[in-house]
Design a protein around this ligand. Structure first.
Ligand SMILES: Cc1ncc(COP(=O)(O)O)c(C=O)c1O
Length: 289
């Protein structure tokens, strides 16, 4: 059983309902953000709330409360649940509108806490395949509830025995996955795209952890860069860091997770294992949430 928050109330998830007239249902108009807990604490909650507000600014939806109030609501919702580790989803919908296209500022704010589920172990030990897909996301800096591109792209990936699909735009820029950011190790440095993407919180934590350990370059990536890459990895809140051993039909290096990727996974593990326990001095924590 999960306890959800909707619009001022905490309730059993099965009683949490939304009007069928909400613009989120009729128009796919709404924003959300997603994070998980480590040691029971939401990972970079402040940054996720800030990103949610930023998504709202992009699509013209103002949050109905302050970021500090939302922080407290998330913490309270977590307290009312009792999972060892949780996934946390914050959603703010477009609300009900007489013509179903003009927002009236009456959206529903929801915080949904569910049990964190583990992903297949082999992704991390053996590495996984991803595909590229010629798709452009509308307003990539915003995390909107319209994930049509992601749903379709992931279906395509699954058909190709891949775990993720990476968007490539009309200029041939390799941007990001449906719910991940991508890093290539090439020419002695980690390279990741910087424009036309959702600024991933995991990506930013990884960039912090890379400091002092590896050289880093933020720039546009192309399919040609993938061909030259010695290692590839993807990052996301729900996946952490996954080593990628195949992109489309191309095997990366010897088809095994590379040592640089394994090092980054180790740094990330060290950081998240200590997260929230007051022992994070050995690794960088941007914000003590
Ligand atoms: C389009 C897109 N890019 C990147 C990410 C990775 O972001 P984060 O690391 O904050 O989970 C996500 C997460 O869902 C996403 O939807």
């Amino acid at each position: 059983m999960s306890v959800f928050y909707i619009d001022g109330e905490y309730m059993d998830s099965k009683d949490a309902v939304l009007s069928v007239s909400d613009m989120a249902v009729l128009r796919g108009y709404g924003i959300f953000d997603f994070m998980r807990t480590y040691n029971g604490r939401p990972f970079y909650l402040k940054e996720h709330i800030q990103r949610l507000a930023n998504s709202g600014a992009h699509v013209g939806l103002d949050l109905p409360c302050s970021q500090e109030e939302l922080f407290d609501i998330v913490m309270e919702t977590l307290k009312r649940n009792s999972f060892e580790e949780s996934n946390v989803r914050i959603v703010y919908t477009g609300g009900i509108s007489p013509d179903s296209v003009t927002p009236q500022g009456n959206g529903k704010l929801m915080v949904m806490v569910t049990e964190k589920l583990d992903l297949p172990e082999w992704w991390y030990t053996d590495g996984a395949k991803i595909i590229t897909n010629d798709v452009e996301r509308y307003m990539p800096e915003a995390k909107s509830t319209n994930y049509m591109n992601a749903v379709l792209s992931l279906q395509k990936a699954k058909k190709a025995d891949a775990i993720e699909s990476v968007y490539v735009d009309r200029d041939g820029r390799v941007l990001e996955g449906t719910t991940t950011n991508i890093f290539l190790y090439s020419g002695g440095k980690w390279v990741t795209s910087d424009k036309g993407i959702l600024p991933g919180i995991t990506r930013s934590v990884v960039l912090d952890l890379l400091e002092g350990e590896f050289e880093v370059e933020l720039r546009d990536l192309s399919r040609e860069d993938i061909k030259k890459a010695e290692e590839v990895m993807i990052s996301a809140s729900n996946k952490e860091i996954v080593p990628i051993i195949q992109v489309d039909e191309l095997t990366i290096a010897d088809g095994k997770p590379g040592e640089k990727t394994l090092k980054v996974m180790e740094l990330f593990k060290e950081f998240t294992t200590a997260y929230g326990l007051g022992k994070t001095d050995s690794v960088k924590e941007k914000t003590a949430v």
